[in-house]
Design a binder for this molecule. Structure first.
Ligand code: 13P
Length: 251
């Protein structure tokens, strides 16, 4: 059966020293704890190798927030999937709405990134989600379906089965406006249906679908209680060990 997961996305926050401190705090909080979900932190590239040194990989997974769409070569400033993997990281967030919106990521570039993540044994945490206008004009189901189909439906069932999905309605990210648990469940159940139509019920039932967007300790339990919400991808509330653990412990 699918895994329950709470993953932090630190985005462009914390200096290296602050990030090591935060990772240590989360690691410490997990010592002796028996969370009912897997716990992952996705941190800036500059922090990966150092954070890997201070966490217990059996208790806390480590991921990057992006990787390049090329293997290697003359791409100044880019970080390859192989480089990410060489730090000890096991996960990579791909297709976050901030990457799509501010850095022009398309399904075509994301296909390359997913392939390179797999080549380097990284598990993609693949983000999808509609913007406010699409929520309001009622196109949100088709938008999300297209994001999944265009970037992922060329994959074999085996490869698709390695992906973690994160539904993040863009209007709920960093706005304090959470999707209601019913809105989240409605979309998560829809996504699972889309996967079932393509790959069958077993693959769909085994795919973890996380919710992201203003998830915090006070609303996490209600979201996670929904049958198709398998955890969260957490931005702001992942920047303090106490609030992040409050969400982890909501399971
Ligand atoms: P917030 O939790 O800050 O809304 O961010 C969600 C997010 O984008 C996680 O990837």
């Amino acid at each position: 059966m699918r895994k329950k997961i709470v993953a932090g996305n630190w985005k462009m926050n914390t200096t290296l020293q602050e990030g090591i401190g935060l990772a240590k705090d989360v690691n410490e909080a997990l010592k002796g704890a028996e969370p009912k979900c897997e716990v992952i932190i996705c941190v800036p590239f500059t922090h990966l190798a150092s954070v890997n040194e201070v966490i217990d990989a059996n208790k806390l997974g480590l991921g990057a927030e992006n990787c390049a769409d090329h293997k290697s070569g003359a791409y100044t400033g880019e970080i390859s999937a192989a480089m990410v993997a060489s730090t000890g990281a096991k996960y990579v967030i791909l297709g976050h709405s901030e990457r799509r919106q501010y850095y022009g990521e398309t399904s075509e570039t994301l296909k390359e990134k997913v392939a390179l993540a797999f080549e380097n044994n990284l598990t993609p945490i693949f983000c999808i989600g509609e913007v406010l206008e699409e929520r309001e004009n009622g196109t949100f189901f088709e938008v999300v379906k297209a994001q999944i189909a265009d970037a992922l439906f060329h994959l074999s069932a085996e490869d698709f089965g390695k992906i973690i999905l994160a539904y993040e309605p863009v209007w709920a990210i960093g706005t304090g406006k959470t999707a209601t648990d019913d809105q989240a469940e409605e979309m998560h159940a829809f996504i699972r249906g889309v996967i079932a139509d393509k790959y069958g019920k077993e693959v769909a039932d085994n795919t973890s679908i996380l919710y992201g967007g203003s998830c915090k300790p006070s609303n996490a339990a209600a979201l996670f209680a929904k049958p198709d919400v398998d955890g969260g991808l957490i931005g702001g509330a992942a920047l303090q060990a106490e609030s992040f653990m409050g969400i982890v412990n909501a399971f």
